[in-house]
Write a protein that binds this ligand. Structure first.
Ligand code: 5RP
Length: 232
């Protein structure tokens, strides 16, 4: 089975948690895109749901698939968000933002009663950090922000190369919110809550890709089937 087929399997499994009338957060990335497509098929078959997309890319996919959309200005809470991840640990802490949508993804996940993470099982790790941690920053004062980030890393005993993410045109990748992303190659993040707290306190940091206590269930598709993990 290809990686893409595994991702679609995980998406199909998450779809089984969707009920008529639900308000859904729609994640971003290649796995979440499968979920939006499968959801669209169910909507064409009469399922009544409404979605809040976590990126302009997902908005376009949802419109193409006929999934009705709303915003967090028009509704209060969401019943369920289904999204992918770059890394997942046993506590269901995540690294997200490989697709650059971490800010909207975190806002939507935090507004949801439940979050299901869908992925192929290569995303399951003992310790977060092998995947470069995305940190969304304001372009103004980038040097000062980077120095503050390095100090936060040092306080957590971490170091590693930091790169400003480039887009397809070779210039800095610009998020849907108009910000840039620093990818930090840290290796292993042993104290995830501490690092998250320190990054949250840096003025030029808009958001970071550490998702703590947001995911309720992870569905990981592998050659032997789908493993389901619930947050302890
Ligand atoms: C986007 C994300 C994605 O969910 C994450 O990068 C996983 O993507 P994929 O399903 O394509 O592997 O966080 O910001």
């Amino acid at each position: 089975m290809t990686m893409d087929e595994l991702k679609r399997q995980a998406a199909a499994q998450a779809l089984e948690h969707v009920r008529d009338g639900m308000k859904l957060g729609l994640g971003t990335g290649s796995t979440a895109k499968h979920f939006v497509e499968l959801l669209g098929e169910r909507v064409q078959g009469g399922l009544k749901v409404i979605g809040v997309p976590t990126s302009e890319a997902t908005r376009a996919d949802a419109v193409r698939c006929g999934v009705p959309l709303t915003t967090l200005d028009e509704i209060d809470r969401l019943d369920l968000t289904v999204d992918g991840a770059d890394e997942i640990d046993a506590a269901l802490n995540l690294i997200k933002g490989g697709g650059g949508a971490l800010l909207r993804e975190k806002i939507v996940a935090a507004a949801s009663d439940r979050m299901i993470v869908i992925a192929d099982d290569s995303k399951w790790v003992a310790t977060l950090g092998r995947f470069p941690l995305p940190i969304e920053v304001i372009p103004f004062g980038l040097g000062a922000t980077q120095r503050a980030i390095v100090r936060a890393f040092e306080l957590c005993g971490l170091s590693g190369k930091m790169t400003v993410r480039a887009g397809p045109d070779g210039h800095a990748f610009v998020t849907d919110g108009g910000h840039w992303i620093i990818d930090a190659h840290l290796g292993q993040i042993t104290d995830v809550p501490r690092l998250a707290g320190l990054l949250n306190s840096i003025p030029g940091v808009v958001e970071h890709g550490l998702f703590i206590g947001l995911a309720s269930i992870a569905m990981l598709a592998g050659p032997a089937g789908i493993r389901v993990f619930e947050r302890p």
